[in-house]
Design a protein around this ligand. Sequence first.
Ligand code: ASP
Ligand code: MG
Length: 417
Amino acid sequence: MTLIVHKYGGTSMGSVERIKNVAKRVAKWHKAGHQLVIVPSAMSGETNRLLGLAKEISSHLDSRELDAIAATGEQVSVGLLALALREQGIEAVSYAGWQVPIKTDSAFTKARISEIDDTRVVADLAAGRVVVITGFQGVDPHGNVTTLGRGGSDTSAVAVAAALKAEECLIYTDVDGVYSTDPRIVDDARRLSQVTFEEILEMASLGSKVLQIRSVEFAGKYQVKTRVLSSLTDPMIPLDEEMRSGTLITFEEDERMEKAVISGIAFQRDESKITVRGVPDRPGIAYQILGPIADANIDVDMIIQNQSIDGKTTDFTFTVPRAEYERALTLLEANVREHISSASVLGDPKVSKVSVVGVGMRSHVGIASKAFLTLSEEGINIQMISTSEIRISVLIDEKYMELAVRALHKAFELEKA
Ligand code: ASP
Ligand code: MG
């Protein structure tokens, strides 16, 4: 008998009909002899509706009260699902986060789980019950209800699976897995049957549409075997077929069945680039330029500083999310005027980042040159390059982003299984 955690997202819980389907699926697993803990989200749209009500009442939202309001969406879900399970002839019990308890810090609206007390849940499981626990919420050391940030039910499920040492955590959602790239850009993008957690973290632009990135970090830290799969299939499909569907997040490179060197092409469309020209080449200059940007809480991604040829001045370029472009530019212009008056600032708000991601890069050479050749054959100019052990990213003109994604997807034969 193995213990499995299921998580069902808002779409999967979206109507009474869908909740009944979830119950049928869970009943199937239960009858196959598994112990089950189910972590549902609020019904789709519900969290937005609740937060909307709060905004109608007040423009100075108190985050403790916001959490008290937002957490009710999941509270309804667990009750309804427990009822639906009883209708299936299964003994089920629902718990809110504070009842388990799922302990968190006091950072309302973005709390972090510190500890999960499994006593109550373990006793229920031993008595043959299916346990239904709210996603998204917990309780702080002072007894206040907290929430884990939008999309936080994924993290709740993985954390519960880690605490209970579950065999596997199944994240049921409205897509059937993680893809080699966005299928809206590349028609023959392929579902990955396996991907390492490190790859998902590097492919956040692809992975984060499927699950909260913090849950992936959690899965990596506690080695929770996590699978993302569709809840929109027939709930009665055979278990072994279900276990082969979706995308499994793995930890070991050599566990991979498919030996693809590259797993996916990720992209970030809305980037922007800022360059400071004629920067004196002296200690402290990077701090001088980026310090105020960091102080303003603006996320800097790629950074390039050229070596000065004449030993006197150099150029310094970095990227920030496009939404922060104007703010970063204004800050920097003021800073340069005051402290580095010999330098000048210029920017480009229409650039995009495209990344080739794969753990196979660790053991294969020539991936970067193949990517560069592919882009050059399309006549795409690379403005900046950055790399990690398992990722090569290029910054290019936004105009060519989709072309670059398609060309790289093809060059690395990602459409092939
Ligand atoms: N209901 C919460 C949200 O909409 C948490 C979740 O769905 O994971 O963000
Ligand atoms: Mg979600």
